[in-house]
Write a protein that binds this ligand. Structure first.
Ligand SMILES: *[C@@H]1O[C@H](CO)[C@@H](O)[C@H](O)[C@H]1NC(C)=O
Ligand SMILES: *[C@@H]1O[C@H](CO)[C@@H](O)[C@H](O)[C@H]1NC(C)=O
Length: 92
């Protein structure tokens, strides 16, 4: 049982590695996102005083996780006024 699980894990790792190679080869540009995703931002918003990752994602009705994934370079501990935040994005 343990051995079968280990083999499955290896298989998944190899699959992920192949996907990574394919996505890097296909991308043509450096993927900005987490994992293998590239972020296409459809709409940005200039941060206002008091905005945090959680207030903005709550106002947008999206999860903080998704908000983070469309703002891969954003430091949630350090949002400054008028910083561009992506408020509607797609992961491709
Ligand atoms: C995010 O900002 C905080 C506060 O300025 C800083 O201490 C922390 O190192 C930053 N994190 C990253 C990943 O840059
Ligand atoms: C995000 O942008 C897309 C493309 O412009 C649009 O179709 C979609 O309705 C928008 N979603 C939200 C929540 O505004």
């Amino acid at each position: 049982m343990a051995k079968a699980t280990g083999m499955l894990f290896n298989f998944v790792q190899i699959l992920l590695l192949l996907l990574l190679i394919i996505s890097v080869a296909d991308a043509g540009s450096i993927p900005l996102g987490i994992g293998f995703k590239t972020v296409v931002c459809n709409k940005v918003y200039g941060a206002e005083n008091g905005d945090t990752c959680s207030t903005v994602s709550a106002a947008l009705n999206i999860t903080p996780d998704f908000f983070g994934s469309i703002n891969p370079n954003l430091n949630c501990s350090n949002i400054f006024v008028s910083e561009w935040l992506c408020i509607n994005g797609t992961l491709i």
